[in-house]
Design a protein. Structure first.
Length: 230
């Protein structure tokens, strides 16, 4: 990354005290000059640990992954914005590869692709790996024409000027799909970068497979009725 280029990292978190310190340390190593904002709704020690390691902590106005992402992105000050998960599943040393595409003007939105980058055994449930994620990514490709293989990857980067035009409203995990749909609606350049994905070091996954999968499908079903920008 170029010296002085302002990058903000937004980490939604909910009871991730087993992993938050490692995430922050990884980000500080990979992006030492980045603004780091943890958007936290925890009842455990996650916010305390985050503050002790120098991150700013924001409490969102309500529950939900999407809401935490939206409010964190709104509060962040960087021109390049990185979203990640606080559960220890991503190797943040790979983050500069995503941001580099934005910096070089090659993309407006960059998603990680866990299927191309290396899934650690047990990192993703069997049904998610072989059915849920591939099927929902296929539906998104059909709806948008974008050639993406991992629409729901939580490690992604976006230019602030690209984010400004998006109508992002989802509070749940379907926010990840909504961002891709909005990028397609606006005609933005979307790219993928292979990223690693490992097992959670602790805590419990917040995803509810059938409920959240249905929300993604319902959102994509309505995409064609959204119309063109403006």
């Amino acid at each position: 990354m170029a010296p002085g280029l302002h990058v903000s990292v937004v980490l939604p978190s909910l009871n991730e005290e087993a992993s938050i310190a490692r995430c922050i340390e990884g980000l500080r190593s990979a992006l030492p000059d980045a603004e780091l904002l943890v958007v936290d709704s925890s009842t455990d020690g996650t916010p305390r640990i985050a503050r002790e390691r120098g991150a700013a902590v924001l409490q969102p106005g309500g529950p939900g992954y999407g809401r935490a992402c939206r409010e964190g992105l709104q509060a962040a000050r960087g021109e390049l914005l990185l979203l990640g998960d606080a559960d220890g599943t991503y190797e943040f040393r790979e983050a500069p590869r995503l941001l580099g595409l934005l910096e070089r003007g090659e993309a407006d939105l960059v998603l990680g692709n866990r299927f191309r980058g290396g899934l650690q055994p047990g990192a993703m449930p069997f049904l998610h790996r072989h059915l849920g994620n591939p099927f929902l990514s296929w539906v998104c490709r059909r709806a948008t024409g974008l050639t993406l293989g991992d629409v729901h990857c939580g490690l992604r980067a976006i230019r602030r000027d690209a984010l400004r035009g998006m109508r992002l409203e989802c509070d749940g995990f379907e926010f990840a799909t909504e961002m891709v749909l909005e990028a397609a609606r606006l005609g933005l350049r979307v790219a993928e970068v292979p990223v690693s994905y490992r097992s959670r070091p602790g805590g419990v996954s917040k995803i509810r497979s059938f409920r959240d999968g249905w929300r993604h499908l319902r959102l994509m079903a309505g995409y064609r009725r959204r119309g063109s920008p403006g």
